[in-house]
Ligand binder design. Sequence first.
Ligand SMILES: NC(=O)C1=CN([C@@H]2O[C@H](COP(=O)(O)OP(=O)(O)OC[C@H]3O[C@@H](n4cnc5c(N)ncnc54)[C@H](OP(=O)(O)O)[C@@H]3O)[C@@H](O)[C@H]2O)C=CC1
Ligand SMILES: CC(=O)[C@@H](O)[C@H](O)COP(=O)(O)O
Ligand SMILES: [Mn+2]
Length: 382
Amino acid sequence: MKSISLLGASGSIGTQTLDVIRAHPDRFRLVAASVGRNVEAARKLMAEFAPRLVAVADRGAYETLCSEYGGRTTVVYGEDGLIEAAVHPDADIVVTAVVGSVGLVPTLKAIEAGKTIALANKETLVVAGHLVTAAAEKRGVPLLPVDSEHSAIFQCLQGEKLEQVDKLILTASGGSFRDRTREELAGVTVEEALCHPNWSMGAKITIDSATMMNKGFEVIEAHWLFGLPYERIDVVLHRESVIHSLVQFRDTSVLAQLGTPDMRVPIQYALTYPERLPLSAAQPLDLAAIGSLHFAPVDFERYRCLRLAYEAGRRGGSLPAVLNAANEEAVAAFLAGRIPFLAIEEWIERALERHQPISDPSLEEIRAIDADTRAYVRTLLS
Ligand SMILES: NC(=O)C1=CN([C@@H]2O[C@H](COP(=O)(O)OP(=O)(O)OC[C@H]3O[C@@H](n4cnc5c(N)ncnc54)[C@H](OP(=O)(O)O)[C@@H]3O)[C@@H](O)[C@H]2O)C=CC1
Ligand SMILES: CC(=O)[C@@H](O)[C@H](O)COP(=O)(O)O
Ligand SMILES: [Mn+2]
């Protein structure tokens, strides 16, 4: 029996993780969970899974839940509450499924507490990959990828020697606007941007996919998870999201992991690794019905966010933290209808140009840079 702490239980990855836990009650037990502001989701998971602890983002949600459930489940709130969920003494494995850099500190604390990490929150590695991987190595804690591309690479690497890898190839769907020219992006709406062709995901990552910042983040995530330099991490456009990613070895052999686009598969693999369990809810792949798969090179001018992410990753230091903070603010402004789609990349570029990079930033420096970048980007609105 594995005991799970699930951070971000009310989100897209969070609810699919609950599906996996629900499907294997003999294997998994939910001991702690967090939601942000979705009190109804907290209510439901407390009634169904009776976790020992639930963290919510704010005091209002905390008071509501305490008055209803006093005693049965401990309710906590705020940043400290999220950390309490992450380090819960009964948890063996922590699924990091909150969105954004708010996931960084709880993940570091969970690592320090010796928890296995099932990592969905890619922003954690973008912002502070050097700190997170060093902490995991020092504590001997596995970082198991949940992100579909990284799970695919991780699966392709089983039984292989990393020194025999030539390169990693991440597949990219191209996002909601893949069939539009750059000129056609000027007037796109939030509603259109939220229509991902293959995956149903949270709003922020769906916009990141449309700008291809998601793929840029995934390149940085792959760099930290698998330790390869950026010139050996490639991206190829693949419309169907059936091949989740590939590994090319030095003898030119290429291994790939395929499957229908269903995040419950990589979530479950991270929770059961190195075992595999049945997943009856997932649809098996029918290649004959699909017929053909498509591939194309990436145009770095069309997808400028991907170029910015490669550049920030290569230069390293504090630049990826700026990239992330500016992106979080710009995407939030776009989702709120306050800026046009193409302003997202413009704001990020301006934040990166303004920043005086430092190498090997500490956690305190990263938090200060995150706050400073967000404040700067918000001034662009006024
Ligand atoms: N969705 C997917 O298929 C994939 C997602 N990922 C990554 O996984 C992470 C989660 O994505 P996704 O599930 O789509 O996101 P969602 O937006 O669907 O869910 C985000 C979760 O984080 C919580 N949350 C948001 N802000 C805060 C905060 N300030 N404090 C505490 N909790 C907060 C939300 O709570 P509430 O809603 O209650 O406010 C919710 O539980 C992201 O990093 C994403 O990049 C990676 C691969 C695939
Ligand atoms: C499901 C998942 O892992 C997402 O990160 C997905 O990869 C988004 O797809 P694209 O970024 O390729 O559009
Ligand atoms: Mn992905």
